[in-house]
Design a protein around this ligand. Sequence first.
Ligand SMILES: *Cc1c(COP(=O)(O)O)cnc(C)c1O
Length: 378
Amino acid sequence: MSRSPKFTQQLQPQISGINPYVPGKPISELKRELNLVRVSKLASNENPLGASQKAKTAVQELIIDIASYPDGSAFELKKALASFLAVSDKQVSVGNGSNELLELVARIFAGKGDEIIFSQYAFAVYPISAQVVGATSVCVPALNWGHDLEAMLAAITEKTKVIYIANPNNPTGTLISVSEWEAFISQVPEHIIVVLDEAYFEFVQTGKTVNGLDYLAEYDNLLVSRTFSKAYGLASLRVGYMVGGEELIGYIEKVRMPFNVNQFAQVAAIAALNDPQFVKTVVSNNQAGMAQLTSFCQGLKLSFIPSYGNFVCIQVGPKALEINQALLALGVIVRPVSNYGLDEYLRVSIGSPKENQHFMDALTSILSQNQAGNNANH
Ligand SMILES: *Cc1c(COP(=O)(O)O)cnc(C)c1O
């Protein structure tokens, strides 16, 4: 029984307008609902190869210690990251997923009346982070599905505090070029914080590409975030990191909650960093799967947004939500992106070759039935 709300007067006014983040449907839920045996989840950009065996072993060996608090300073993980990234350990902060760190930046630097800039079709966590602190979201129209960095520069006002950029972007998978990025970052006033979210950095296989770390020495206002959730396959453990100048990282360290990253996540992340071969295998599986899915789209004359991540947005047309339901009925979970304003698209994460095939078979059969239905109506 749901009661009528009692606390709306108590609520901070900005909270009621928040559109909560919509996660992909869990496999267990779909299996339960439809009594399905085989389910392929291609909805949350998770790692189809799981995680490094080294990371799993590290977690198993730690079970004995479950009653202890984690290392609150994440000393070993920060040290490992600092050496892996060739920065000082005072330049690294770790979070309960990189999402925690992205949101902390808004809390540290923005409040009521301030503005936070991000792009149309950008990651849903940015508007949520802005709204939680009562800041105004300035959503800049996209250019070819990606960031229009010139327009984002033009959107800067006296009230701008933070700019979020995802590169590659989720859900569209677009990539910023080095020249666009350099023109942008060199023109942002130096008191404005630029957050470069590189959650899909490891998947980018094109020649010359932006690596945010290369710009930290020159730009004190830059923060770069990455995660163990995608290429490393540790999404369940919740661990990501942010790299920047010592001053900005110091503020994040000040406001983060004690013990924000659990010990299983810390040991698994260290072990995962020590298994670069696993990430290589993940990336090549991703390239093969991306080729498999995009040539399938070309075959069916479905357009898609060229993607540099581990997912691709496919334009299935105005019936996207119906098609999504039909895919679910066949045991395939993908992500509708109408909440991002991409009504005709479905975002499909690259899976294992078998999972990709499951999706392609299901979509082919749904589209041919639709086609038959359309012909019958004529
Ligand atoms: C998946 C993703 C993240 C990472 O989130 P975690 O909290 O580290 O799991 C960050 N940014 C974008 C754009 C993402 O898609």
